[in-house]
Design a protein around this ligand. Structure first.
Ligand code: V4E
Length: 225
């Protein structure tokens, strides 16, 4: 089986003139696309609380993002992206403690696992590709996505997709270099579209996620003490 992709990324607030800056740095606009994402979870947000994000993207299908080895720290994040339905189904059963559903079709599993739509929104995305000169491996471009969600939130993302954990440090280095050239601070922690959607439209769910994140931090601090 092919390894799933590991997505390494840093989000940022797009400043005015960002597209001119991307052009100056040799970037090219690859496409302008629009898609609807619908996120699913149990009523108790069992998946999101465990940092698992199940969505259906119109035109691409099902995707499950889960933490990569070593977890996520600092301003950048690193997630494993599962797109094969059999792999998604197996991970969902593992997380939700069920087995023998008799199907690997994710749409069919929703009802049986009591997964319901938590958020749904359309994104207008401008996709840019850029190869950093002097980075050694000229062939591997970074992607910069400039997104605007239909509920009025704009966010940018510098992203690299790699196959192996060993490739992550280099990807991170490139992301940091490009972010710095774009005037993005290494410490900038910009929320993604879903988090802002929950904050605005499902404040109680947002609060529950925040409590889990804070609880985790407390535990980490306690174990480090
Ligand atoms: C991983 C994750 C979420 C799922 C959405 O991921 P995201 O990268 O925001 O999707 P998108 O559409 O912008 O990019 P694409 O997949 O097309 O490249 S929602 C939240 N997280 C992780 C996370 C977290 N646990 N806590 C906080 C404060 N932010 C993010």
């Amino acid at each position: 089986m092919t390894h799933p992709w590991i997505e390494v990324e840093q989000k940022f607030v797009p400043r005015p003139g960002i597209e001119d800056r991307l052009k100056e740095l040799g970037g090219t606009q690859e496409s302008q696309i629009s898609f609807r994402d619908s996120y699913y979870d149990t009523r108790e947000l069992t998946l999101m609380k465990a940092d698992h994000w199940l969505r259906h993207r119109e035109g691409s299908g099902w995707e499950l993002k889960c933490p990569g080895a070593g977890g996520n720290t600092g301003s950048h994040t690193k997630y494993m992206e599962l797109t094969a339905e059999a792999a998604i189904a197996a991970r969902l059963c593992e997380r939700l403690g069920t087995a023998g559903l008799g199907t690997e079709n994710v749409s069919e599993m929703l009802g049986r696992l009591e997964l319901q739509e938590v958020a749904s929104f359309v994104t207008e995305r401008s996709v840019w590709k850029l190869v950093l000169s002097g980075a050694g491996d000229e062939g591997e471009a970074l992607t910069v996505d400039l997104d605007t969600a239909d509920f009025g939130y704009a966010v940018g993302e510098v992203e690299a997709l790699v196959r192996e954990e060993a490739e992550v440090p280099k990807a991170l280095e490139k992301i940091r270099s490009l972010s710095s050239l774009l005037g993005v601070s290494q410490h900038e922690q910009t929320p993604g579209k879903l988090i802002v959607y929950l904050q605005r439209f499902r404040p109680l769910d947002y609060q529950r996620l925040l409590e889990v994140a804070t609880g985790k931090n407390d535990e980490q601090e306690e174990s480090a003490a």
